[in-house]
Design a protein around this ligand. Structure first.
Ligand code: GLU
Length: 298
């Protein structure tokens, strides 16, 4: 089956852009590339696609602005960088989208906005309202005010949660690699790019080992976990290289770029997805000695 059939005319898209795509080697924002991605998103919108953007890059841009080369480990320092960088990021997005007469909105979310059902539904309604007005929501984690243990933690996971929030058909994760390879391409010259993953099994998870960049958080492992999540709610996921010319238009046209993790026919309901990934379990299961014995011997 070709890409077009596999994607089944996807129209609601979440685009996640990672820090490694948004920033240059020195941490400054890569305006030329962001401009091109914004132009592509606007073209998709003109063609009737509904697009939400999950953008990283706040900490990275803050590092670039303040001339800090190493991502700090101290939480308050990281948060201050995110507070500085988020402004620069949104300022740039606003300017670039305005050039296409497109209005943007900023949503800074944290774990609690997903785990609390009332807050979750409220964010869901806001997103629906923005999208119905043709506005592009730009979403990031609310890094400056949320402590690490209360965070979603990485924007790959955040983008999969957002896919559930807006009932997306497709989540595109743009990174600095072409997709998932059968082995690490920076170590093996003969590594092969995998164009289609039908099922995420242990073997696929193993192929995804590895770290993220010095400015960003995620690596291939968080992307595969995001694919696992998104596929369950009926959202297909493509990992592709944000630096490939016209990448979003190529994906929308069904070209064989990146790695596609296709959602199967079975999908969780929106509420079950929220229970599985949004809600935080508060209870505990207590197993007495007799039950433990029964489980072990069963
Ligand atoms: N929220 C972080 C930022 O904007 C990025 C998290 C990630 O890289 O996944 O800098």
């Amino acid at each position: 089956m070709g890409r077009k059939e596999l994607l089944g005319g996807a129209k609601r898209i979440v685009v996640k852009i990672g820090t490694s795509t948004l920033t240059n080697a020195d941490g400054s924002l890569n305006e030329r590339l962001i401009k091109s991605l914004v132009a592509q998103i606007c073209k998709l919108k003109d063609a009737g696609f509904c697009v939400a953007l999950v953008s990283s890059g706040a900490v990275g841009a803050g590092m670039g602005l303040l001339g800090i080369a190493q991502r700090p480990k101290i939480l308050s320092r990281k948060q201050a960088l995110a507070a500085v960088g988020q402004v620069a990021l949104m300022h740039l997005y606003e300017r670039l989208f305005w050039a296409h007469d497109r209005i943007i909105a900023q949503l800074l979310l944290s774990r609690g906005d997903f785990s609390d059902r009332a807050r979750y539904l409220s964010v869901r309604n806001v997103c629906a309202e923005l999208l119905s007005r043709g506005i592009v929501p730009i979403i990031n984690e609310n890094d400056p005010v949320v402590a690490d243990e209360l965070k979603v933690g990485d924007n790959d996971t955040l983008s999969a949660l957002v896919a559930g929030l807006i009932d997306a058909d497709l989540l595109v994760i743009l990174s600095d690699i072409n997709g998932l390879y059968d082995k690490n391409p920076s170590e093996h010259a003969d590594a092969k790019l995998l164009s289609f993953i039908e099922k995420i099994d242990e073997h696929v998870v193993k192929m995804a080992g590895g770290e993220g960049s010095k400015f960003g958080t995620g690596g291939m492992a968080t992307k595969i976990a995001a694919a696992q999540m998104a596929n369950q709610i009926g959202t297909s996921l493509i990992i592709a290289n944000g630096r490939t010319d016209g990448i979003l238009l190529k994906i929308a046209a069904g070209e064989e770029v990146g790695t596609l993790f296709s959602a199967g026919a079975a999908r969780l309901s929106s509420r079950k997805y929220w229970l599985a990934y949004g809600a935080i379990s508060k209870g505990a299961v207590i197993i007495d000695a007799g039950a433990a014995e029964a489980i072990k011997s069963g």
